[in-house]
Design a protein around this ligand. Structure first.
Ligand code: ATP
Length: 242
């Protein structure tokens, strides 16, 4: 397994995406600082020097792109498991790609993919986890943030990277064999918004309801005021608390 360490980089995801042909499953790129960190749909990800755990892992999914649906949910579970194993408790998940502490964003996940001629697909799984963010940097973030340091002393950043890498590989192997359904129950237990009033934002539309976790395909379930259940599979959909 290859581990590439970069003090400063544009984006660890971009770095791995530019060398897909030379990577093997589980290879990771870790950086201290990103100058062009990114979130979903071109949004910026703030990752200042020393304040975060920034890591991208390569994985080749033999089943192809369609099978990658719901992958960020599985990555979320792997991160929670790794943090628990390192003694950090109280982390929840927000559909589809965030980790929360007390309703504030602790970490973001960005899965990027590219198909191959053989039908399989290259995945680059990016994780940005706030350890201790400098206050001036927090002012550049458009939503409330959380830091791992709130949950306990961070004694071993290398240990965190190793735990994260191991739990990711473990969960990815299960995901390949059994799909997202194997994680449904666990995800729903960790879901920050489960049972809470939320709104779903879709381009021009805002839909209000009660979050009811995910189904066996990883779709977000929203209970509407008439009692019916609406499902959302991702893409251009964002979830917010009321
Ligand atoms: P969605 O629910 O659609 O995913 P999101 O706001 O969580 O919405 P992402 O693309 O997942 O969007 O993440 C990018 C957003 O995360 C930024 O627009 C900003 O609000 C927030 N953000 C950026 N840097 C950080 C950081 N270091 N810690 C916490 N939040 C951050």
């Amino acid at each position: 397994q290859r581990v590439e360490l970069k003090p400063v980089i544009g984006s660890t995801n971009q770095h791995w995406l530019s060398q897909l042909a030379h990577l093997n499953n589980g290879d990771i790129c870790v950086a201290e600082c990103q100058t062009a960190g990114r979130g979903r749909r071109g949004r910026a990800w703030v990752s200042p020097f020393g304040g975060q755990l920034i890591m991208s892992m390569y994985w080749r999914l033999e089943q192809g792109m369609a099978a990658a649906m719901g992958l960020s949910l599985v990555v979320g579970i792997a991160i929670v498991e790794a943090l628990n194993a390192q003694g950090f408790k109280g982390v929840a998940l927000k559909w589809p790609n965030d980790l929360y502490v007390n309703g504030r964003k602790l970490a973001g996940i960005l899965v990027e993919m590219s198909g191959t001629a053989g039908g399989s697909c290259h995945l680059v799984i990016g994780v940005g986890l706030n350890l201790l963010l400098p206050t001036p940097e927090q002012a550049h973030i458009s939503q409330p943030v959380a830091e791992l340091a709130e949950l306990g002393e961070i004694k071993d950043r290398n240990g965190l990277v190793i735990a994260l890498s191991q739990h990711l590989q473990h969960c990815l192997a299960i995901f390949e064999a059994q799909g997202i359904a194997a994680f449904q129950e666990q995800w729903n237990r960790l879901d920050y918004f489960n049972g809470k009033a939320v709104k779903v934002l879709m381009s021009e539309q805002v839909i209000h309801g009660i979050a009811r976790g995910i189904d066996e395909q990883g779709a977000l379930l929203l209970e509407l005021s008439n009692g019916s259940i609406q499902r959302y599979l991702g893409g251009e959909v964002s979830l917010r608390g009321e």
